[in-house]
Design a protein. Structure first.
Length: 200
């Protein structure tokens, strides 16, 4: 039984390695468009891509993970909820939105991936996944984004707190300036009173 299980695992491994697909066209197009370097971790679990024996690569998968991988690879049409053990949440989202067949077809125009993503924002940073794809910023890391876009989003999200902070600062400065004036007045009064007592 063990020999059969080992043989099955080996066959699945060979099948998976033969059909391992990382599409460098997407990485190259995003890098060229954004002017920044990205790696395979944009869509894959492992930054080195799906091929190899490290965590998140095909050579490290258990038999159950191979089954999940094969289910994900048969999601040819859009709408299938996939959980590929070699893809991160963004990669799985792409397969769900487009289906494997359309993703393969989009290799000819990789930036067109952004068009079908709509307003999805997997990391919740306020910048859409489509925009992050075009910017070359990681769609699963809320702190990784175009600084000006993130500033705009954060200003929109925290406008009330910012106004309260400005008002508190203004009232604080106003209060401190009046306190300093009062101390000055009291000091002058005390000095003036001392001089009057000396004169008298």
């Amino acid at each position: 039984m063990r020999a059969l299980s080992a043989a099955t695992s080996a066959a699945l491994l060979l099948l998976a390695v033969e059909t391992a697909h990382a599409y460098p066209e997407f990485e190259q197009a995003i890098e060229k468009n954004a002017g920044r370097t990205i790696d395979c971790a944009f869509c894959h679990i492992n930054p080195d891509g799906p091929e190899g024996t490290k965590v998140g690569q095909i050579g490290s998968l258990s038999p159950a993970e191979f089954q999940a991988l094969n289910r994900a690879r048969t999601a040819f049409e859009p709408g299938a909820q996939v959980e590929s053990p070699i893809l991160n949440a963004f990669g799985n989202h792409l397969v769900t939105v487009y289906g494997k067949k359309k993703i393969v077809a989009l290799r000819a125009d990789p930036l067109a991936l952004a068009a079908g993503l709509g307003d999805s924002d997997l990391d919740g940073d306020g910048v859409s996944d489509a925009q992050e794809l075009l910017d070359g910023t990681h769609p699963l890391m809320s702190h990784h984004g175009n600084p000006w876009r993130l500033l705009g989003v954060n200003l929109q999200r925290a406008w009330f707190e910012l106004i309260m902070l400005v008002l508190a600062t203004l009232f604080g400065v106003y209060g401190i300036s009046h306190l300093i004036r009062w101390f000055g007045h009291e000091a002058r009064s005390a000095l003036g009173g001392d001089e009057e007592s000396k004169d008298g």
